[in-house]
Design a protein around this ligand. Sequence first.
Ligand code: ACO
Length: 337
Amino acid sequence: MIRSRFTGLGMAVPPNCIKNNDLQRYMDTSDDWIRQRSGIEQRYWVDEGVSTSDLGLEAANVALEQAKLKPADLDMILFATLSPDHEFPGTACFLQGKLGAPGIPAIDIRQQCSGFIYSVAVADQFIRTGAIRRALVVGAEVHSKGLDLTTRGRDVSVLFGDGAGAVVMEATSIQNPKTDSFLWSTHLHADGTHAQELWTAAPGTGLKTKERILQPHLEEAVHYPKMNGKSVFIHASQKMPESLQEALLANGLSSEEIDLYVLHQANLRINQKCAEVMGLPDEKVFNTIQKYGNTTAATIPIGLVEAEKASRLKQGTLVASAAFGSGYTWASMIYRW
Ligand code: ACO
């Protein structure tokens, strides 16, 4: 039986640490408000010259080194982001150019906070069918260049940070499904009827104008992300436990049998609610949002790196992940480390 295994793991965050109080330079907000509502204490922002693929490259290089592979050994690159380097081509192509792995497919996955799990699922399908043996999966975001850093945009802007995470996935032949290290399952979902509850409308052909962006759009701040926070909270608190339950059921597991939950980091309160609904003890849910804010497609691989550093993720650890995000999209996966 051929399955996928994570053989390399890496992350990167830029050097500029922005504390909650630092945001008061831009908008009317407070450390108290941000901590209470989201759990976030700080986030990292890139310097002007740094792009999403630059951060992705840093994380990818660490993951490749850990996997003892060179870019030329890869068969595919998947890049999950909602903050691409440019409108087109995809950020996976920019990363591929910088890595130096010409010829292999380079695919962008546009599933926002669920993008990492979606990308892992796509790579896994190619690996299971034998079409490829090695994939690089990157989740990276540069949010800081796309936020409305004024009081008008404060409900969204205080939540997001820049960062990248990467995994190398390789084909592995399973001898013992109970103990071998491999990806057990992925489950993916979407409900586009809520697409406008968390979105950036411009530039876009969906605007009822002749061009994808015009001066009035900029004045109305349509090019910044908008969120219906209450709707996101309600749906995320429902869909993350639901997708975890689905994954547990598919694998014949109880929630107690999972050693560690590495969940998307939208908001500490959402993860606390998810843990409450699932009856999970706090110590089994690994959170990093306090340090990094919401890095969207990068939160889960960053969580894996941090969990490994904290010795919470070791060979044999059974891990469950779930994400919820714009789309709405949601997803889960279970894997033995
Ligand atoms: N600082 C200070 N005050 C603020 C800020 C801020 N950054 N943002 C909003 N406020 C004010 C509002 O203007 C409002 O003031 P008013 O009462 O004078 O009108 C007040 O705080 C309360 O605003 P609400 O929007 O009602 O605040 P709420 O308690 O609903 O919290 C929040 C907002 C934190 C966004 C909440 O809805 C939530 O947790 N939603 C989940 C969404 C989320 O976390 N998304 C993460 C990204 S998406 C993802 O990854 C899935």
